[in-house]
Design a protein around this ligand. Structure first.
Ligand SMILES: [Ca+2]
Length: 233
């Protein structure tokens, strides 16, 4: 059996389902019209400069000290990174890793980047959900850009298993304002009832893409995070 065909078929089904839910599923290689467009994927995680569009991998943010929680364990910090960056995983997830174990109202990821000048920008976040369908809204999840919480529409995210996780393209309702110099996007899990009976659940987080109308964007990716995860003493 060809695993790529199986994955492709599964994604096609997800896309059909998503079209009925008003949510847009983005898969990099489908979205780019086939494998020819996949070449840009590998570079997403690395340091980049001088581009109007910047993809920042969740696994390359500063995870030291980030609080997490799994369904049956308490992964925090670097151990929230899921995946090993294999070729098969790179076909499923941007850069072959994502951040999970966010079922904690103390979980907060910060994406820090630099804009060459002030600009409006659109933000797209790739989110998944472990084992249960969830709908994120401003009551359960916060997107905070330069200190200002943004309005988010209802983001329906279909359930998946962690080892075959699928991600949904989640867009903010409106463009944001970037400042010249350092900007931050904070993704924060709020106390919620998504797990039922008062149990807080958070999403799987693959990456965040910022596209500025009139500025060059760059960031410093912590590319040694997976290595440090695997070699913690
Ligand atoms: Ca990723």
């Amino acid at each position: 059996m060809n695993i790529k065909k199986i994955i492709g078929l599964a994604l096609a089904i997800v896309m059909i389902v998503a079209s009925f839910t008003g949510c847009e599923i983005l898969n990099q290689f489908i979205g780019n019209g086939g494998n020819g467009g996949n070449g840009g994927n590998g570079g997403n995680g690395g340091n980049s400069a001088g581009k109007n569009s910047l993809t920042m991998e969740a696994e390359y943010t500063d995870l030291d000290g980030v609080a997490g929680a799994g369904i049956s364990n308490n992964n925090s910090g670097l151990s929230m990174i899921y995946g090993d960056g294999t070729d098969a995983q790179k076909e499923m997830w941007s850069n072959g890793y994502y951040v999970g174990y966010t079922h904690n109202d103390q979980t907060e990821l910060t994406f820090t980047f630099t804009a060459s000048k002030a600009s409006t920008a659109n933000i797209v976040i790739m989110l998944g959900s472990e084992l249960i369908d969830i709908t994120l809204d401003s009551e359960s999840f916060a997107v905070i850009v330069n200190g200002e919480e943004q309005l988010i529409p209802n983001w329906f995210i279909e359930k998946c298993e962690m080892d075959t996780a699928t991600f949904t393209t989640c867009r903010l309702s409106a463009p944001v304002e970037l400042v010249e110099g350092e900007n931050t996007i904070v993704l924060k899990v709020l106390s919620n009832d998504l797990g039922g009976e008062g149990v807080t659940r958070g999403p799987l987080i693959d990456c965040v893409t910022v596209t500025a109308t009139d500025a060059e964007l760059s960031w410093t990716a912590k590319e040694d995070n997976p290595y440090r995860r695997d070699n913690e003493v």
